[in-house]
Each structure stands twice: as C-alpha cells, then as structure tokens.
Design a protein around this ligand. Structure first.
Ligand SMILES: Nc1nc2c(ncn2[C@@H]2O[C@H](COP(=O)(O)OP(=O)(O)OP(=O)(O)O)[C@@H](O)[C@H]2O)c(=O)[nH]1
Ligand SMILES: [Mg+2]
Length: 240
C-alpha cells in the first residue's frame, strides 16, 4: 500500500471537476450549509447533500444551493448518510467521490490535492490528515483523543495512518463500489480503514487543514463520544 505525502500545484482539467462528486452528510447544519455548499460548488459542480433527519432548516437550505439533495427521514448517523450519498454519486456516473463535512471544517482548496493522485492513477483512495497538514489550533483534548484513535487504528486495524477520523476522503469509483459502510454512526471511520486494508486498494494520506471554529467546537464530537465510538466499532466487528 502506498502511504506518501504530496502537495499538488497543477491545475485540474474541468472534466475532472465535473467527474468529481462531493458528498456531504449534514445533521442540523442549517446555519452554515448554504455557505459551505456554495464555496464547494463554485469549484465542483456536483455537490450531493444527504440531510440526516435534521430537525432544523438543513434540508430547505440544502435545496436552495446543492446540486442534489437526499434525505433520511430519521437521523441515522454520518456513516449511513455517507453510504447513501456515495451510492447516489456512483449512480450518477461519478468517477471520483469526495466526502466533505458540512460544518465548514474542511477547505475547498484541499480537495484538488485529494483527487489529483486518483485521477493520475497513483492510488485509488486518499485520506486527509490534519497532522501532516500542520493544523495548528486543534484543542488539546481533541488532539489527545485523535492521537488515541490513531494508536487504536495502528494496533487493532493494523494500518499505519496519522489521522483516523478525518472526514475529508476521496475514492475512485472502483474504490467507492468496494467500500460498504455498515456502521451508521461515527465508528464508520474505523470500519473504513478496515475495509481499505482488506480490499488491498492503494491509498495515500494527504496533508489537509481542519478549521476549528466556535461553531464546530460547540457542535462536534466530545471525548465521551470517543468511548461510544470504540464500543460501537467493536460491537460491529463481533456482529459482522
Ligand atoms: N454529530 C453528527 N454529525 C452528523 C450526523 N449525521 C451527519 N453528520 C455530519 O457529519 C459531519 C461530521 O460531524 P461532526 O460531529 O462535526 O464530527 P467530526 O467533524 O468528526 O468531529 P469534530 O472534529 O469534533 O468536529 C458533519 O457534517 C455533520 O453534519 C449525526 O447523526 N451526528
Ligand atoms: Mg466537525
């Protein structure tokens, strides 16, 4: 498996932009989704929002700005919403599928470096890494939890990554077809790493930046959630 660090300077042909589908799972992101989608859509015309049973105005806001909007009638979790969005993107002819958080934590400018190695045929999957990207303002408790997640991934999944829970990822259509997220909630991130290892598909980690804003910190995952995520993942392994 490839595991390199690259930066991209080249420009992408417009055919690559249109063949790239950006999939966003969104849960109660009504206040920011329009801005996030608009920024992405200015560069990549195919943006698929999966509203994950939100109880605010996320669905209506997404309808105003996204290319495609899907909806789970109940909240099922990020893993389930991403699987729905990935399957939809493939059904519409996506050549590359990118997963991108709806809370504004990812940067549109990082997408190019994520997809270029796949279009070049260097690998089938890219995983964003905030630790290779030098993200500076990671809160101390998040940093510790994320480091523990990396240790867990190295020991349990036996895959050497530097950031196991980064929502910015890209898959070739072939990889997206092989990946089948069955863990509905946040444990899907660890399940994905298992599936990448089992598939033998070549992947690369790409340096990216994660924005920590007041909004994302208030809404995001707590350290207590991390324990739930581990238990959910282990239960999933026993049951599958
Ligand atoms: N929390 C949560 N997020 C969901 C859910 N379904 C979809 N999402 C989306 O998943 C994305 C990531 O959720 P976050 O809770 O921010 O998780 P995270 O970015 O891994 O964690 P932080 O670094 O703490 O922000 C966001 O775009 C959410 O809108 C859900 O059921 N719960
Ligand atoms: Mg977040």
């Amino acid at each position: 498996m490839a595991n390199g660090q690259t930066t991209e300077c080249e420009t992408l042909p417009s055919s690559a932009r249109t063949a790239t589908f950006i999939v966003m799972a969104a849960y109660n992101e009504g206040t920011c989704i329009e801005q996030v989608v608009s920024e992405v859509r200015a560069e990549y015309p195919n943006v698929v929002v999966v509203d994950d049973g939100s109880t605010d105005g996320t669905f209506e806001a997404a309808k105003r700005c996204a290319t495609h909007v899907l909806r789970h009638v109940i909240n099922r979790g990020q893993g389930a919403a991403l699987q729905t969005g990935i399957e939809f993107a493939l059904s519409r002819g996506a050549r590359v599928v990118v997963t991108f958080d709806a809370d504004g934590q990812h940067r549109v400018e990082d997408v190019k470096a994520m997809i270029a190695p796949i279009f070049r045929g260097d690998c089938e999957i890219t995983l964003g890494s905030r630790f290779l990207g030098g993200t500076e303002n990671i809160p101390a408790s998040r940093r510790k939890t994320l480091r523990l997640a990396v240790l867990f991934t190295r020991m349990v999944n036996r895959v050497k990554v530097t950031d196991a829970h980064n929502g910015l990822r890209a898959f070739s259509d072939r990889a997206a077809r092989e990946i089948d997220i069955t863990l509905d909630r946040m444990a899907h991130a660890t399940e994905l790493i298992d599936q990448i290892r089992l598939s033998g598909l070549p992947f690369k980690e790409i340096p990216v930046q994660i924005r920590y804003t007041d909004y994302s910190l208030k809404k995001g995952q707590s350290s207590r959630n991390a324990i739930q995520i581990v238990l959910h993942y282990l239960l999933g392994r026993v049951l599958h």
